[in-house]
Design a protein around this ligand. Structure first.
Ligand code: GLC
Ligand code: CA
Length: 555
């Protein structure tokens, strides 16, 4: 297998609004990030992925961009950005920008022009259609509730928005749009950034006839209907030639609706498109058929089936990205682990072990390295995320699909805001995030869970992540070894091996609280324990795994 630095790296995602506020206005900012480079260096990560910092009306916290070459005022200035980039590089960290080009803000000058008239030069930058029988052109739904079409009285036509009304979809079939995007990307590369995380890049190429799709619980087809459209690979290959080939970069495509077969094209090791993709099948194992709004728990066998299919499916031909969390997902420890004070740390370490030992590039979302948990929201007014707020309005108030109590339970379990509360730096007011009033509530558990405490404590979740990251640098088998699942039918244990030539690792994780017996494969008895989440492990043929126990043995 070809060796690449981005296969050997660990990426840390920063959600700037919630990371560190440097000027007391309650909003995290660029200077706050610059202050904390030492923290990231100590953790040992190699690359920062920065969620959007561009000028934006903030309908979707920066994922609605009105100027791709300006910085959001609340976050600072372009000079602040340049200083942050230099500081990252001085600390040996690379910086990856979030590239949000499936759509712009409706306040972007292109859209302001586009909606003016049917013969405006920018008309064809977006996707406009006449209504059908006085209704929307097709049955597609927005990711954030309601239809994916908005009627615009100025020209009496509808525009497509797979996300909010304030996020109109760009028309990638227009070569001028592609050229604008490529020019902008080159401008950022010339500035010195090291790569791109490409927001919903799988959705950019729509089938020309925009066909209806099967409907979900709210009566609309999924926003993922256009996923992996007819020209998406062609457009990414063009991007590779016109932009990415100019420089050594790291690229990851957020590919909602991606299948394994499609991923082999997006992330093929022939290097024609992207380095890797984010797939979401393992984020759906605890969803209902039609909706993520449920508090159903996963069946571990489903999780193993999905992750194993991806591990084996991409082996030798493409590359995986590994994640439990990001700014769109709830906290993994509350979802797949146990966030009670008794098991919080041990289960956070177990989840980290399970993920970081797989083949692929691991992503750590801010606060995950502390075992930050979901948030005890009590009222819909405490939410800031339009996805959560709109879903509550649609499913509780308008369509009465769920009662308010049910929906609040689902939001506490699945809302994106669970991952967006301020980073917990210390046990002072507002968790040391801000001296002002934070834009979203602070998780009340910050006195128990915070970076200051964990940096001082050798057995903390932080130091466990630090060790996992260090092991990846020391043990090639963690990066390049092949993955093989053991015990596929076990409901409690996730165990697999990694093999590279003569080297072999065994990873064992008990995903639940009850003790469970485990028969150690013979070749590993007498092996060396590389890491474990209990102080002592005694390797025996017949073992009893303790609650959430995890360890890695080298033959
Ligand atoms: C991606 C982002 C998400 C955003 C959406 C629209 O899924 O991760 O936060 O709301 O795209 O840009
Ligand atoms: Ca601020």
């Amino acid at each position: 297998m070809e060796k690449k630095w981005w296969k050997e790296s660990v990426v840390y995602q920063i959600y700037p609004r919630s990371f560190k506020d440097s000027n007391g206005d309650g909003i995290g900012d660029i200077n706050g990030i610059t202050e904390k480079m030492g923290y990231l260096q100590e953790l040992g990560v190699d690359v920062i992925w920065l969620s959007p910092v561009y000028q934006s009306p903030n309908d979707d916290n920066g994922y609605d961009i009105s100027d791709y070459q300006a910085i959001m005022e609340e976050f600072g200035t372009m000079e602040d950005f340049d200083r942050m980039l230099a500081a990252a590089h001085e600390h040996g960290l690379k910086l990856v920008m979030d590239l949000v080009v499936n759509h712009t803000s409706d306040e972007h000058p292109w859209f302001v022009e586009s909606r003016k008239s049917v013969d405006n030069p920018y008309r064809d930058y977006y996707i406009w259609r006449p209504g059908k029988d006085g209704k929307e052109p097709n049955n597609w739904g927005s990711c954030f509730s309601g239809p994916a079409w908005k009627y615009d009285p100025q020209t009496e036509m509808y525009y497509l928005h797979l996300f909010s009304e304030k996020q109109p979809d760009l028309n990638w079939d227009n070569p001028k749009v592609r050229q604008e995007v490529f020019d902008m990307m080159n401008w950022w590369l010339d500035k010195g950034v090291d790569g791109f995380r490409m927001d919903v890049i799988s959705l950019i190429s729509k089938k020309p006839d925009l066909p209806d799709g099967p409907v979900g619980i709210n009566g609309y087809a999924s926003f993922n209907e256009p996923a992996n459209g007819p020209h998406v690979h062609e457009y990414l290959q063009e991007m590779r030639e016109k932009v990415l080939n100019r420089k050594e970069t790291i690229t990851v495509g957020e590919c909602s609706g991606v299948t394994l077969e499609e991923a082999k094209k997006y992330a093929s090791s022939d290097g024609k498109e992207l380095n890797m993709v984010f797939q979401f099948e393992h984020m759906d194992v605890d969803a209902d058929a039609n909706t993520k709004w449920t508090d159903k728990k996963m069946d571990l066998r489903d999780m193993k089936e999905v992750l194993t299919r991806w591990q084996k499916g991409l082996e030798d031909i493409a590359w995986n990205s590994l994640f439990w969390e990001n700014h769109d997902q709830p906290r993994s420890i509350s979802r797949y682990g146990n966030d009670s004070p008794e098991y919080r740390e041990v289960s956070a370490k177990m989840l980290a072990t399970c993920l970081h030992m797989m083949q692929g590039t691991p992503y750590v979302y801010q606060g995950e390295e502390l075992g930050m948990t979901n948030v005890p929201f009590t009222s819909i007014d405490q939410f800031r995320d339009l996805d959560s707020i709109n879903a509550y309005r649609e499913l509780v108030e308008e369509q009465k699909v769920f009662t308010s109590e049910e929906m609040m339970r689902y939001l506490r379990y699945k809302s994106r805001d669970n991952a967006r509360t301020p980073f917990q730096w210390d046990d002072s007011e507002n968790a040391g995030f801000s001296t002002g009033t934070p834009w979203i509530m602070v998780n009340p558990n910050y006195k128990e869970i915070n970076a200051k405490d964990q940096l001082e404590r050798e057995d903390s979740v932080f130091h466990y992540y630090q060790k996992l990251i260090r092991l990846r640098k020391e043990q090639e088998v963690i990066v390049y070894g092949t993955y093989d699942l053991l015990l596929p039918d076990s409901k409690e244990i996730y165990t697999y091996t990694r093999t590279l030539g003569e080297e072999k690792l065994l990873v064992v994780c008990n995903f639940y609280e009850p003790e469970v017996s485990f028969e150690m494969p013979e070749e590993f008895i007498g092996g060396t324990c590389l890491i474990s989440n209990y102080p002592e492990v005694s390797l025996k043929a017949e073992m009893t795994l303790r609650p959430y126990e995890a360890f890695v043995i080298k033959k």
